[in-house]
Write a protein that binds this ligand. Sequence first.
Ligand code: HEM
Length: 230
Amino acid sequence: MRSLGVNNGKAMKRAFLLLVALVGVLLPGVPAQAHSGRRHALPPGRSVRAAGKETGRPLPSVSRDAPVGSTAASPVVDAAQSRPPPVAQDETSAPAFTLIELHMAAAHFPIGLLLSSVFFDLVGWATRKRSLRETAFWTHLLGVGAAAATVALGLMGNPFRSSEGEVVAAVARHQWAGISGLAIFGLLVVWRVRRRNELDGFRLLLYSVVALAGVVAVCAAGYLGSRIMG
Ligand code: HEM
């Protein structure tokens, strides 16, 4: 049976190797904890919201990045605090971003790509449009690459590693949801490549159920990640 544009095994291997190479080129050289002092200036495990709860003070209204104790009443001052300092004024030579900030930026890609892949699969199978299933295949492959990079950045840049308390439990829940999502979609993409994107009958049913579990895991990772800071 002719497969959906994925019959060229070499092209797939090249695409995958390119992804791995990109991750390898981008990751080294970014410090795990060195930062510009804007996001993790709080002691590990202490969030702005938690600090607000402890002190009973209302939270700063504009920025969740404002330092603890900031009581800036003026939105102008508050907004200024949330702005990253210009790189030229940084006293250290460290880049103005950390691995965890890269993680938070990267996280949008696996969420968007993997959910889009499932969507294209659904519509492709419902309408029997090969082009959509082909699109689903490639977004799935890219999504797994993006999820691997996001998980690696999260694990390497986790600023709460030596913290204690609720924040550690929150990170652990988020971390395992993310790793589960990567594992599920990773296994599915391997299966898919081996089947040359041709699934039907019971295989298709099984694939759909497992993909649904992957969607739940990735959505849970995104949600729990956004709740880590309270
Ligand atoms: C596919 C997997 C993952 C996804 C989709 C994901 C997604 C996210 C999202 C959406 C956020 C919140 C961003 C924001 O508030 O702007 C976040 C934060 C975070 N993630 Fe992940 N994540 C994943 C895996 C991991 C893993 C494996 C770890 C390992 C520890 C991790 C550690 C963290 C930490 C520590 C934060 C909090 C950063 C902060 O608020 O200071 N993530 N993640």
